[in-house]
Design a protein around this ligand. Structure first.
Ligand SMILES: NC(=O)c1ccc[n+]([C@@H]2O[C@H](COP(=O)([O-])OP(=O)(O)OC[C@H]3O[C@@H](n4cnc5c(N)ncnc54)[C@H](OP(=O)(O)O)[C@@H]3O)[C@@H](O)[C@H]2O)c1
Length: 212
């Protein structure tokens, strides 16, 4: 771990994002939070990080956020029926590719995509809806097609708000979904670990599940 590592976090006010920011600070990383509304960040956290207000759907906002960082982390998610993933992830990857030294991008996606069985994808479509899955799928494809930017695609199984235990199961094998719900805190732990651990970089994406 290099404490000089500077990370911009998209979705820093969300459930996974809040855990990520807290854990990244504990490890000692420098954190820039990208948020639509800075008031959603706790004062204790806000005092320790740089905050950039903006909208992930606005490419100029995203370019400002991605400038001068070593790592981009996205914990973004659509709110209500708003589908944001394709546009937001295109903005992030485009901005990252433009940097003189493109940052590594650690991006949350979903189980049910690339390398997951058709049955899980079918179940997910019933739960989340066709539109949301199609949006995630396009975002996922945009990331995998990027050649100028190293990336980790994180595909967690069902998220829970239970306390984390710092453990997870992760694999890049095809069709190897772990059907074990995972606390959001442990998804964040995986993403923090991935900042220093390059074993998960690559096109296939990482299937992630909980571990007792
Ligand atoms: N539920 C599951 O079982 C499951 C499984 C696998 C993957 N996932 C995915 O995991 C991701 C994280 O989940 P979560 O529960 O942490 O989500 P969440 O709490 O809803 O957080 C979403 C974050 O995205 C931000 N955001 C939304 N639109 C934005 C925009 N236009 N510009 C900037 N920020 C924007 C939100 O900001 P505001 O605070 O301003 O709204 C929030 O910080 C989601 O993509 C989710 O679909 C979920």
């Amino acid at each position: 771990m290099n404490p000089q590592t500077k990370i911009v976090v998209f979705g820093a006010t969300g459930k996974v994002g809040t855990h990520f920011v807290e854990q990244a600070l504990q490890v000692g990383y420098q954190v820039r939070a990208f948020a639509r509304n800075r008031a959603k960040l706790s004062q204790a956290v806000a005092d320790k990080i740089e905050i950039l207000e903006g909208d992930a759907l606005n490419s100029a906002d995203v370019e400002r956020a991605v400038a001068d960082v070593d790592v981009v982390v996205s914990c973004l998610g659509g709110t209500g029926k708003r589908l944001i993933m394709q546009t937001a992830y295109n903005n992030i990857m485009t901005a990252a590719a433009k940097q003189p030294h493109p940052p590594r991008c650690i991006m949350i996606s979903s189980v049910g995509l690339g390398g997951t069985s058709w049955l899980i994808k079918f179940m997910l479509t019933l739960i989340a809806g066709k539109g949301a899955i199609a949006d995630f799928e396009k975002a996922d494809r945009r990331i995998r097609e990027e050649t100028a930017v190293p990336f980790v695609l994180v595909r967690p199984y069902a998220l829970t708000d239970k306390p984390g235990n710092g453990r997870y199961r992760a694999t890049q094998k095809q069709n190897a979904t772990f059907m074990q719900p995972i606390p959001r805190a442990d998804v964040a732990r995986f993403m923090v670990d991935a900042v220093a651990d390059r074993q998960w970089d690559g096109k296939l994406g990482v299937q992630l599940g909980g571990k007792k």
